[in-house]
Design a protein around this ligand. Structure first.
Ligand code: ZN
Length: 201
C-alpha cells in the first residue's frame, strides 16, 4: 500500500495478472475502496484491513472489478451499465456527496474508454480509473469527440488538483496537465468526424 496523503492510499496496478490500481480513502466510518483490482494478493491485502468497507467501481472491466467477490463490502456504488455485469449494488446516476472524515464526491464521468464510468473526488484528489483513456477497436485508439468535450468540462468542474490515473506509471498527475493534454487532443478534431483517432499520437 502506498500513501498519497493522510487518509489517501493506493495499491499499485499489476500486469500479470492484469489488475488496476486500487484507490483508498480512510473515512471515519468506512474504508472507501475505488476499484478492487483483479489480483488475489490485492484482495487479501484489502480483506486484512479491519474496517467496514464501501466499494466504488470505476467501470465494468474485469481488471477493475474481478476481485469483488473476495471483498466483504457493506455497500457498492456503480453505474447502471456496470451493474449489468456485476448484478447488484447501488446505481449512481448523478453526483453523490457523502461526509465521512472528508467529503466524498462520486460522479458520472463521460468517457470514451467505457460506458458507465464513475469518478471519485475527495479533497485534492480525483480518482478517475481508466476514464480518460481512449476506446480501442481493431488496433486503433480513438476518442468520441462529444464525450471528450463533455469529459473535459466535467474534469474542469472538479476542485481536485491531482488526478489519479489507473495503469499509469506515475498514477498521480497534476490535473491541469491532464486537462491540457486532453484539450490538445480535442483541438485536433475534424469538423465532420465524430471520432478523433490518436493511434499515431
Ligand atoms: Zn478499462
Amino acid at each position: 500500500m502506498l500513501s498519497l496523503g493522510e487518509r489517501v492510499s493506493y495499491i499499485k496496478a499489476t500486469e500479470s495478472p492484469l489488475s488496476a490500481d486500487v484507490g483508498m480513502f480512510f473515512g471515519d466510518r468506512s474504508l472507501w475502496i475505488y476499484d478492487v483490482g483483479n489480483n488475489p494478493d490485492v484482495s487479501a491485502e484489502l480483506e486484512s484491513i479491519d474496517s467496514p468497507k464501501t466499494v466504488i467501481l470505476s467501470h465494468f472491466h474485469p481488471d477493475h472489478t474481478g476481485g469483488l467477490a473476495k471483498i466483504r463490502a457493506e455497500r457498492i456504488y456503480l453505474s447502471a451499465y456496470t451493474r449489468k455485469y456485476i448484478g447488484f449494488g447501488e446505481t449512481v446516476t448523478d453526483d453523490i456527496y457523502v461526509r465521512d472524515g472528508g467529503e466524498l464526491h462520486i460522479f458520472p464521468l463521460p468517457s470514451s474508454h467505457s460506458k458507465g464510468a464513475l469518478g471519485l473526488e475527495v479533497g485534492e484528489y480525483a480518482f478517475l480509473g481508466d476514464g480518460i483513456y481512449t476506446a480501442q477497436k481493431g488496433g486503433r485508439h480513438f476518442y468520441n469527440a462529444t464525450l471528450l468535450r463533455n469529459m473535459i468540462l466535467c474534469l474542469k468542474r472538479l476542485d481536485a488538483k491531482t488526478f489519479l490515473l489507473s495503469h499509469d506509471e506515475r498514477y498521480s498527475l497534476p490535473g491541469s496537465e491532464v486537462i491540457a493534454g486532453l484539450e490538445e487532443i480535442y483541438s485536433r478534431r475534424k469538423k465532420e468526424e465524430a471520432y478523433i483517432d490518436v493511434t499515431e499520437y
